[in-house]
Design a protein around this ligand. Sequence first.
Ligand SMILES: O=P(O)(O)OC[C@H]1O[C@](O)(CO)[C@@H](O)[C@@H]1O
Length: 609
Amino acid sequence: MASSISGLCSSSSSTLIRKPHLAPPPPKPHLAETLKPPFSGKSRHILTYAVARDAPVEKKGGLERDPKALWERYTEWLYQHKELGLYLDVSRMGFTDEFVKEMEPRFMKAFKAMEDLEKGAISNPDEGRMVGHYWLRNPKLSPNSFLRLQIENTLEAICAFSQDIIAAKIKPPSSPDGRFTQILSVGIGGSALGPQFVAEALAPDNPPLKIRFIDNTDPAGIDHQIAQLGPELASTLVIVISKSGGTPETRNGLLEVQKAFREAGLNFAKQGVAITQENSLLDNTARIEGWLARFPMFDWVGGRTSEMSAVGLLAAALQGIDIKEMLAGASLMDEATRTPVVKNNPAALLALCWYWASGGVGSKDMVVLPYKDSLLLFSRYLQQLVMESLGKEFDLDGNRVNQGLTVYGNKGSTDQHAYIQQLREGVHNFFATFIEVLRDRPPGHDWELEPGVTCGDYLFGMLQGTRSALYANGRESVTVTVQEVNPRSVGALIALYERAVGIYASLVNVNAYHQPGVEAGKKAAGEVLALQKRVLAVLNEASCKDPVEPLSIEEVADRCHAPEDIEMIYKIIAHMAANDRAIIAEGDCGSPRSVKVFLGECNVDALYA
Ligand SMILES: O=P(O)(O)OC[C@H]1O[C@](O)(CO)[C@@H](O)[C@@H]1O
């Protein structure tokens, strides 16, 4: 009996899109494989680390146990940025003076590379691009006046537009309120993660416009966001963000939102804003369709470092966040992280710790634990910033290095009830980064829930306790402390990690500013969709015969001239069948060889297309 295979096959996955012949050759052994684990958990031990591609060097190192000596180490290495009220404590990393000395020449090279980058060098050689996110917060540093004016004019335009939206000088055409109340931000990767992080960290409880995001091509997720807006779609400002202007997930999100507008009888163009590079597909669409506004993204700003461009600033300003304070915080941090003295440069100190902990080859993961709910998305934001920048197959000289630094984490103390057990006692494959916020609550709101102790004291205790407990078991950590979460400190944190990534990339000699691996995935996804079209054509042809000719998966693959893609063809058929795509299957999906498929109806036009 003929039956839809949707039920049987609904668990099949279409995520394994790499074709067998696309598989890369097995990697050659690299430095990571030649290294011993840096820490044994004992107080003194031999540490082996590597300096980029040089031979591994034997070094003594270890975690200080004596409380007095540890206090000495804490005070000796504590970094403080007075104006920002930011501290960096690296005392719970076991690096030695000898290690720091040995790294010195590499840091000098890295500082020079950062200086050249800021002066406008082509620091992204593969893409032939300058790397200018530092100019965004200090336009005077731009290598020429044209770029400086572009930055200044864009900032002015962002401020003016957001003020006009908030003051209802610019109104949505069909909203009963006569003002915009919601933002729907459509974008992915660097075009979403910064705005998401900043919204979570800084948006006031009652912002002038509330924000929600579409950051995927998951139809159910998109439907959910649109359904949650309900009638407020009429007062929603849709910001579509894509540097390239052609990212499929973002395009799909836009098309879905435009459909929702049509169905609600609304004029999308009067509520749509594009942030993209000039003359991109998105830019041209927005211009031709007459969208409400367009803001530029610059060729020389990468997606993952674009939070201080229109990408992050427009949404932030619309939520009532002081974007000039964010820029000021970033600018102050930029200044501090230009210092060519490792000990006085917090970004260099972070890079030093990363190198020490991971042997310069990413052998340990970085677990980021902000003890503050509003910083929940910081680790997710850093995941892209660090991993897309450092996770590279080849170094700048073309050597295969398979570099990277794995980042994960959510927040404390919540995670203490999830995975800290393993961090304390299990596999020793990480180092931690604690983010501490000194101010628990706005002044005047605190109270003691038991004598002498507030709720925030508990949070503080949890952080300190976890830091100590990890250290006691030989687990290293870094602690970044800020006074409070505000636009200035968030700007500073972003700038701190941007520079740390730039410096570290230089230490390990990789291009931090391209992402060739992502392109490979996008290309393979495109190939799957092209294959799906061929499968449909083959099935249609067989289904237009009289009588209908059910085909086995092998036969479909042969007729598609793609026998090597048979598994993918099976997954395509199973996915379409699960989604009411008129595919009929006979047989048992548990044994794919027995399945025969045909279409429920013949599309004669498609036969001659
Ligand atoms: O802004 P775009 O061009 O849509 O790209 C989105 C994201 O896709 C990537 O190119 C690859 O993930 C990121 O670097 C980027 O942030």
